[in-house]
Design a protein around this ligand. Sequence first.
Ligand code: PLP
Length: 407
Amino acid sequence: MNINSSYINFPASYLFSDIAKRVREFKENNPNANVISLGIGDVTQPLSSSVIKALHSAVDEMGTAAGFHGYGPEQGYDFLREAIAKNNYQDKGIDISADDIFVSDGTKSDVGNFQELFSADAKIAVSDPVYPVYVDSNAMAARAGSFNDSQWNNIVYLPSSKDNDFVPELPKTKVDCIYLCYPNNPTGSVLTKQQLSVWVDYAIKNKSIILFDAAYEAYIQDENIPHSIYEIEGAENVAIEFRSFSKNAGFTGLRCGYAVVPKTVVGYDDNGDKYLLRDMWNRRQTTKFNGCPYIVQKAAFATFSDEGKKEVSSLVSGYMASAKKVRESLKSVGLEVFGGEHAPYIWCCTPNNVPSWDFFQLLLDKANIVSTPGVGFGLSGEGYIRFTAFATPENIDEAIKRIISVL
Ligand code: PLP
């Protein structure tokens, strides 16, 4: 069999696998080191009590003849789709209905899979640095061109750095699809409504699609910053939104997220005829996905109860308190620090502009701290390092002390 040759050209591994390998080697050579991770963006706090109750009760149901659930609807159960549509959109004055919601096993799958709906020659734009899945999934589909000097020659990279306040410029040429992530991973930056409108206007004018990753919307602390791209007029015609229960409710291990694909978003064939992306995504999901587990959807549903909402809010506040601590502490010792105000990520310039991987290694060797080298997210991330605020409060305090001691 002939393989998909896109994989040959690929950088050897996924960023976080590279980091894990370095950490594994370090631990093998230093078995007594107490390594603290402020690296991969994985939550550490346990699931809340409403979620646990819902899980137990759904498990019990599954053990009864009346309550057993086999294959569920590929799009998700109505109880969850309706709760999402009501709580996250309709109650906020956004016209999204339950049948625009496609429940999944998480946003990584959705943002990785959605590109299957694009033509083989669709032009993709991403901000740089970027959550690697957007780029890699297009590269796997042979849409990214060839990989030279750390970039794919058919992807449009939109640099985002302190020089432009982490707000990339619009593409200079027409692109078909733009991935936007706000609050941003890795930079922690956010867009105001006005700034986001610029992208929606571009998409409308160019018949492009925006793939809006809102996995971190729960971390927004300012009511003027949009949680959803559909707060922007016209976005309902050009944007798909992705959300997750991972970072707000701690579902990184349970797995549940959803894509919002409004009935008003269209793509075009070579003749310029219009097609509803919602119908195409429905066709894709019903063919390749057999649904998120019933018990997990019940757990996700529990986050919309009054108790569940309070618990989610308390989890997020806890992580944001840690983000503030990391941000303020690193600032106080003279590092140039960004993010951490509406996102669980703190994005720092490395001291004296040391290359990202060198600083990563220094922190690992001397402070036994795992971080994420900015350049791992793209060329414009060189000279930056990312810390997450997801560690336990005790580990955050200890990590701050150790980082400061090696600076
Ligand atoms: N999108 C972004 C920007 C992320 O940073 C992450 C995880 O770190 C994900 C999506 C993955 O979310 P999920 O756990 O729902 O797959």
